[in-house]
Design a protein around this ligand. Sequence first.
Ligand code: HEC
Length: 170
Amino acid sequence: MTMSTPIAALAALAIAAAPAAHGAEPQAAKSTSKRAAKQIERGRYLLTVGSCNDCHSDGFAPSDGKVPEKDWLLGSPLGFRGPWGTTYATNLRLSLSRMSEDQWVKYAKALKARPPMPWFNLNLWNDSDLRSFYRYVRQLGPVGEPAPQALPPGQEPKPPYILWPAPPKS
Ligand code: HEC
């Protein structure tokens, strides 16, 4: 068989186009940045429909989602108090700035955290979703300050916090 494979055909095309590379290069760069922009946009979509802002962006739910995007995912000082102690939705810009994209993918798939973090849902995101999320978060701007440290059960938190009822006794 002498028919060339699609890859060989592409390579031949690339060679043929080489002398005209002058005009071709910006075109290639343009399509790469278009792809990158699409991936970032998808990350934004996923975190919106995945409700990450509801807890990880301060004041999001009470303001009907009206927190400006420049303040998204910076963490929240609102405590969630329950039998697990008191937890605070972390600053995800900061957390992700401390790991590579590959590390994030592994971390998110294996994550277990205290309530009310729905870690069991995050574990199910596929690689491509997690990579889009990472890219979106990493271009959000200044990483800000950490959210308050979680407290162990029995330690009195400073307000504001939401008190979670203990599960009913059976
Ligand atoms: C109902 C509130 C809530 C929602 C919704 C939520 N989180 Fe969380 N998240 C938390 C809390 C609280 C913690 C801290 C848990 C702890 O201290 O053990 C946390 C912890 C985390 C952590 C681990 C700590 C860190 O910064 O590395 C990651 C990662 C995370 N959340 C990502 C997400 C993503 C991504 C989404 C959206 C898909 C999301 N969370 C949605 C409340 C929430």
